[in-house]
Design a protein around this ligand. Structure first.
Ligand SMILES: [Zn+2]
Length: 249
């Protein structure tokens, strides 16, 4: 699909999605815009069209968009989808406090470091999964793994990493990702909802951790809030003036 340069668009309205930092926009595209008609394979081009699209925080180029030849339909589309989340794929996902979460975890979550046998680890993730009515993820921890971190892979429903990470602390961390994913928080990794899951799980499943204490320190570390407020500019229901404003000298 052809790319659109965000700077060349005249934006009529937008909704900011705080967890991901993405913006859902409705805009006039003064140039030629590729337009895929439903059921027609060959793309057509419209000039002076309107687009509705998700824009990633740092993205100037828009790759995926819906194009309309009338503002009326673009507006209806925008209003229908403005409360949705962005697609759960890069570049619409962000991880704005990853290192801060790791540091806080190292300092505050207690008793998580002893290495577990495979059997104990399986029983541990099974117990956690059952609480959320989820199938237990497969475990893939290997001595010859080159992974420097642990991971949870949604598609495979698997937790894995190097065998040295097979302990309650890492398992609880990855289970918190699993719970977060299935709760629908897919546009931010290590975000506030993840931290809350992690606290709940550490409190319940690893001795020596207290929920209230963990919540207090996480709050103090700034891990329970999003970095920005939610902004919304309602697009006007009537067509825009189509000519872009002249640039300031
Ligand atoms: Zn993580």
């Amino acid at each position: 699909m052809d790319k659109l340069d965000k700077d060349k668009l005249v934006i009529a309205g937008y909704k900011y999605h705080a967890p991901s930092g993405c913006t859902f926009i409705i805009a006039h595209a003064p140039g030629k815009v590729r337009f895929n008609k439903a059921g027609v394979k060959k793309p057509e081009y419209i000039k002076d069209g309107y687009i509705v699209a998700w824009v990633a925080p740092e993205g100037r180029q828009i790759r995926k968009y819906n194009a309309f030849d009338s503002y009326h339909y673009a507006h209806a589309h925008f209003m229908q989808f403005k409360d949705n989340d962005p697609p759960p794929k890069l570049p619409y996902i962000r991880d704005f406090q990853q290192q801060k979460v790791y540091d806080w975890e190292n300092k505050n979550i207690k008793g998580s470091g002893a290495r577990l046998s495979k059997r104990k680890a399986e029983a541990f993730v099974k117990t956690i999964s059952e609480e959320f009515n989820l199938q237990a993820p497969g475990l893939n921890f290997r001595q010859d793994s080159s992974d420097e971190y642990c991971y949870f892979k949604t598609e495979k429903h698997e937790i894995g990493g190097h065998a040295q990470f097979l302990n309650m602390g890492f398992l609880v961390h990855e289970c918190a990702h699993m719970v977060d994913t299935y709760a629908g928080n897919v546009n931010v990794t290590h975000g506030p909802s993840f931290v809350k899951n992690l606290i709940d799980l550490a409190d319940k499943y690893i001795k020596g951790n207290e929920k209230e204490k963990l919540l207090k320190s996480a709050k103090e570390a700034g891990l329970l809030g999003l970095p920005e407020e939610i902004h919304y500019v309602e697009p006007p229901p009537n067509p825009l003036v189509t000519a872009p404003k002249p640039r300031q000298p």
